[in-house]
Design a protein around this ligand. Structure first.
Ligand code: SAH
Length: 353
């Protein structure tokens, strides 16, 4: 048999509606799409051959027309403290990406990447150092969830798109991913249990608000003023703070999903009590939650985390003003290379060898 996988589309990237359409065109019954969907997204089948409820001829036809893209585990680190696992996956074209699996009282939460690399340039982030290599296909985002679920022999109940990449810079594939994840015959996640984290791409925040996919939206805020935000995040020059905040308010008004703000605390940059007061003013009246993340030092960057008392004083000041705020619990502290750092060290190692 000829082996030309590049000609066969990845079936994991298809929505159920698309699969139904394909079935109709192929002269098959519509319900076959649901069956295939269940094999892929509930039973996590890795081949068409094992889809035993389908007629053999259909399995063969599917195999000629499609492939089931697979990720390869390149490396896995397991925390001795809380069992958190950090995965380095190789894609079919050899690119590598990072994903993290965390266990909480309410179930397993997967943190996945949306791009190989990133072009947003946030100063403290390791994922952006080599720029963006390429967008991930929807099936490659789903593949991360499927692989981690398979390896844990357990269903994933929550997904956060907070790995490498900017999800709203890969909008089409993100929306496709969300539709597939939310399908009741597929992975069947409640959209409220999926969090999309963005650095603030305003037009796409507005588009997402109209998509009818009410996921939790997290904004990487990181500073309470335009001037300070620009220093940490170059994208802030393009999408200015008042615009970004307006778009977040619109997102809330349309979806009624409580907004999350992520705020990486960087020593000497954004964690003074004046910053806290300004931040409280900025989010006044919004139904939101603030997540404080003491910055993870990145080898290539000189940013440091403030000492714990300073972060706690910052939190207390916000709490006093009636704002819901937590200091992010650090999962897998012992393996917690910063966002994108595992991939980065892998790339450096392969360059030097
Ligand atoms: N592009 C998306 C997802 C990025 S990662 C976004 O910007 O939201 C998820 C969060 O981790 C973001 O808030 C990001 O700014 C933050 N982050 C990245 N590197 C970090 C580091 N070294 N220390 C602390 N937070 C970091």
């Amino acid at each position: 048999m000829m082996n030309e996988p590049e000609k066969r589309g990845d079936i994991l990237s298809m929505t159920k509606a698309e699969l139904e359409e394909w079935m109709a065109e192929a002269g098959q019954k519509r319900f076959r799409a649901g069956q295939v969907y269940e094999w892929l997204h509930v039973r996590h089948a890795s081949s068409f051959a094992e889809m035993s409820s389908l007629p053999k001829a259909l399995r063969q036809e599917l195999g000629e027309r499609f492939r089931i893209a697979s990720l390869k585990v390149q490396e896995v680190l397991t925390s001795r403290i809380d069992g958190t696992q950090k995965y380095l996956f190789a894609l079919e074209d050899g690119n590598v990406i990072e994903s993290v699996l965390m266990r909480y009282s309410y179930g397993l939460s997967a943190c996945i990447s949306s791009q190989a690399g990133c072009r947003m340039g946030c100063r403290f982030c390791a994922s952006t150092i080599g720029g963006r290599v390429r967008d991930l296909e929807a099936g490659e985002m789903i593949g991360q969830v499927i692989m981690m679920s398979r390896l844990a022999s357990e269903r994933i109940s929550h997904v956060v798109i907070m790995g490498s990449g900017e999800p709203l810079d890969n909008y089409g594939n993100l929306v496709r991913f969300l539709r597939i994840m939310g399908d009741p015959q597929g992975e069947c996640l409640s959209l409220r249990d999926i969090t999309v984290s963005t650095c603030g791409i305003v037009p796409n925040i507005r588009r997402l608000a109209d998509e009818g996919l009410p996921v939790t939206l997290a904004l990487s805020l990181h500073a309470p003023s335009q001037e300070k935000r620009e220093r940490l995040m170059p994208i802030a020059k393009k999408y200015r703070l008042p615009e970004v905040m307006d778009a977040m308010r619109e997102y809330y008004d349309k979806t009624k999903r409580r907004i999350t703000f992520e705020y990486s605390c960087v020593d000497g940059e954004n964690t003074s009590l004046e910053d806290a007061a300004m931040l409280a003013g900025l989010v006044r009246g919004m139904n939101c939650h603030i997540n404080l993340i003491p910055v993870n030092p990145v080898r290539e960057r000189s940013y440091r985390r403030p000492d714990r008392r300073k972060v706690e004083a910052f939190r207390d000041m916000l709490e006093k003003r009636g704002i819901s705020v937590t200091i992010r619990r650090e999962m897998g502290r012992d393996i917690n290379g910063a966002c994108g750092q595992l991939r980065r060290s892998y790339l450096l190692d392969s360059e030097s060898s």
